[in-house]
Design a protein around this ligand. Sequence first.
Ligand code: BT5
Length: 273
Amino acid sequence: MRESLAATAVQSALTTRWLGRSYTFMEQVGSTNSLLKQRLARESTADLPHGTVLLTDFQETGRGRMDRRWEAPPGTSLLFSVLLRPDWPPERAMWLTMLAGLAVVDAVTAVTELTVALKWPNDVVARQAGRWVKVCGLLTEGELDEWGRLAAAVVGIGLNANIPQVQLPEAAFPAASLLTLTGQPVDRLQLLVALLGALEQRYDAAASGRSPQPEWNARLMTLGQPVIVTGGGSAPPVRGTAVGTSADGQLLVRDVAGAIQIVNVGDVSLRHG
Ligand code: BT5
């Protein structure tokens, strides 16, 4: 199923007040996050309002964190970036990733019967035959103003909707799509409308001061698991048990000596045995 995600189709189906009301569809692009960041540098707030969405059917150079690639064949996924202008203190940058992750969970739960959860810090995973598989990755890139406030942020969402099994990328953490998990193609327009509706509601609640962290924390499949956290620059890997998250979204890991380590960046992998 390759339904149209062009502006006319999306804008007449949207249920939001402000999110996605400024909307651009491009058949192909390098990376929606990169292009939206370039536009942010060039265009005025009036031309690029809070809630602008840039969506594509194919990315030539889709990005993950730390210069990793995000890969999806044409027309099979939701690949888009949202511009938000929160004016929040910078520690709240992770709130945006939390809100997006929760909105993806809402949308996937609305259109499928899958069991979905979050994997710290930026993945959405689904349960398949006793293991977790990655169906969505999030990439939040913020920009601080001269007072150090989070003036603008680009939140990128890559959600594997209808990628066939043979076209799933090889990845360290196994990838899956809603199609491979349910056996049914999903209607990407319906999924997008549900996702943007949920994200707007959740963002509005956060903007009025309600932290998404407790609900996000409750959905993290990472907690209670033995983990190894790597990727924090030259820091040695942290081994231990993930026991919780801080209000700002850092991972709290109890190490083998019983001390709590606070993990800011890095990749967490589940340790077996
Ligand atoms: C992420 O990074 O998971 C963030 C991905 C964000 C993608 C969106 S798409 C729209 C917007 N524009 C962009 O350019 N990016 C955003 P990370 O946690 O670093 O995971 C990247 C890793 O996921 C890769 O190294 C692969 O192992 C794996 N991967 C790549 N493509 C995948 C896919 N379609 N499904 C599952 N895993 C994938």
